[in-house]
Design a protein around this ligand. Sequence first.
Ligand code: GLY
Length: 308
Amino acid sequence: MKMLLANAEAWPGFDTTVELLRQGGAGIDSMVSGIAKVEREAKVRSVGYGGWPNMLGEMEFDAGVMDGTTRDVGAVGAVPATLPVSALAHEVMKHLPHVMLTGAGARRFASERGFAVDEVLHPDSKRVWWERLQKEMSAEQQAAFPDIPLAPLSNTITDPERVRDTTVFLGRDASNGIGVVTSTSGWAWKYPGRLGDSPIPGAGFYADSRYGAAACTHTGEMTMRCSTSRSIVLAMRLGYTLADAIKLAVDELSELRTGFLAGVVIHAIDAKGNHQVVNYRCDEEIRYWYWDERMAAPELRVATAVKL
Ligand code: GLY
């Protein structure tokens, strides 16, 4: 059964991917086409052009793709001046022997593959970033910026709460291939070079067409420590139901006692056609998009909230 699951921020591209899947398109191609629209939509304030910059006021994008049939992965992290980065991650998967490129190397590869050098800092993001930074800096720091130590500012400035989401698409295509694609601009005002979980296979995403797929949004600093997406798919391989596999992953997240602890949203599907979206510890209501080929149109649904 063809199906597609994505988080609420997927609205600019969800229908595009559904239409391509309906027409028999390959899963990853269809999802990258949809996510590219999300990345270019200025109203989506957590991904691509609409997202927030790092502490220096520079956009750095993360993305990942995984083909669950071959377990091929492509990922890019902290990429400057490039949209859509999910398509760039796909290019890494198709054209390099590597799994992941970051920073200047990823940008160099983007040029080799024909990606323009884009203007990616939204004027409103620049304004909000500078106002927020100014509030936290002394007059001396402002005068010397950016040649000041950023680490002391990191805990007060970085703002994971401003980024409520990454975009994640999990889909099954006409050949029953399961795949996943992610894209984000990461935490607002993050330390330059910070990678979230969205480009990290096993943490922010994982797919295996025999068992299912999982992808996470919100606090990557937690899912990277628990390999949350891979744990869910491995648990299904070991015979857990989808619900029990997610419960195992949530239990692991809830065992963390140190470091930055906040909300995580888990999106997961199994190879039988079931899906579940679990909101662990996020205060607000979390919604997601779902479509499968039995449905006339996609639906925006409410995730199951869990607080341990
Ligand atoms: N989950 C997105 C991030 O941590 O950047």
